[in-house]
Write a protein that binds this ligand. Structure first.
Ligand SMILES: NC(=O)c1ccc[n+]([C@@H]2O[C@H](COP(=O)([O-])OP(=O)(O)OC[C@H]3O[C@@H](n4cnc5c(N)ncnc54)[C@H](OP(=O)(O)O)[C@@H]3O)[C@@H](O)[C@H]2O)c1
Length: 282
């Protein structure tokens, strides 16, 4: 039951791995079901930061035969640099990485490529990587280029002639007011993708503990209420075009789509969320 509605959520790639979340890693069949549920509910955008995420998404889309329906975001996280990292880190892209993207994602093009700053990269490395990515874009291997977590100086730093057309940045109840940054990126003509409404689910858990101290009712209902409010808080900030959210359970797909349909928080919802945020963590 595919829908034609475009839901402004992006499935977070951390859905496919065990690190960076609470729930265990979904197995291959579950990963496929999550991707299918997203597409069927109108979530056609998929983020993949780390290598296992690219492999899982590529495999699922191939199995479903639905690559052309999907818009894929990939990042320059290509290599585990230190054993203690366990997950890959951003590295300077080289020509050979195009084949790696293609093999792992099982696709001949990437819709959106994020050039994350290198851990200890030089300006020269960054420029080289940018030129390579622009070349891939000219050849049709990449459709759009984007940046990670721009700051308040985005307008001056990138200017109107940069090769970038989108950004990704966490925006949630812990972020503070990021509206000047999102507004600056809009002035650049970019699409703004917020991420991490629940901060890997860890902040949702903390908020649940606080809410349970002041509200009666069963924990499941309270968690659902909080998840709904936290997602809408992030999604309906000014100048947010889409929100990246990880979902390791198929059931979250329908639930989170319903939250999108509810629209921005009203005053009493905002006040309740705010009162919980003011409380110290227990
Ligand atoms: N924050 C960053 O630094 C960063 C960097 C690069 C990319 N990203 C992208 O942003 C994505 C999202 O960020 P994130 O993974 O940090 O956190 P998130 O999306 O804020 O939180 C994900 C967690 O929320 C839970 N969840 C989702 N919907 C729920 C619902 N309706 N009710 C209850 N729990 C729900 C999921 O639980 P289950 O485990 O039960 O499904 C999951 O563990 C990442 O996957 C990645 O694609 C983030």
């Amino acid at each position: 039951m595919t829908t034609n509605t475009d839901i402004p959520l992006i499935l977070g790639g951390h859905s496919f791995i065990s690190q960076l979340g609470n729930e265990p890693q979904p197995d291959e069949a579950a990963q496929c079901k999550i991707v299918e549920a997203c597409l069927d509910h109108g979530i056609a955008w998929f983020d993949t930061t780390h290598q296992p995420e690219r492999i899982a998404l590529g495999r699922a889309l191939k199995k479903l035969g639905r690559r052309r329906e999907a818009t894929i975001i990939a990042w320059n996280f290509m290599q585990v640099l230190r054993p203690e990292d366990k997950l890959d880190r951003p590295v300077e892209l080289e020509e050979r990485h195009l084949q790696q993207f293609s093999d792992e994602l099982q696709t001949d093009y990437i819709d959106c490529l994020v050039l994350h700053e290198l851990d200890q990269g030089t300006e020269e490395q960054h420029k080289r990587q940018e030129a390579l990515a622009v070349g891939w874009q000219k050849q049709g291997y990449v459709k759009q280029l984007g940046v990670w977590a721009p700051g308040e100086n985005a307008l001056e730093k990138y200017g109107l002639n940069s090769p970038y057309s989108f950004m990704v940045r966490p925006y949630n109840i812990k972020s503070g007011d990021l509206s000047p940054i999102f507004a600056a990126c809009k002035k650049l003509g970019w699409q703004n993708f917020a991420c991490s409404p629940f901060i890997r689910g860890w902040e949702l858990d903390k908020m649940l503990k606080k809410a349970a101290n002041v509200e009666r009712g069963n924990e499941g209902a309270l968690r659902a209420k909080l998840a709904d409010l936290m997602l809408r808080f992030s999604l309906f900030q000014p100048n947010v075009d889409r929100l990246i959210c990880a979902m390791r359970r198929v059931q979250w797909v329908g639930t989170n789509v319903e939250s999108c349909h509810r629209g921005p928080l009203n005053d009493s919802e905002m006040a309740w969320l705010d009162s919980l945020c003011q409380m110290p963590d227990t």
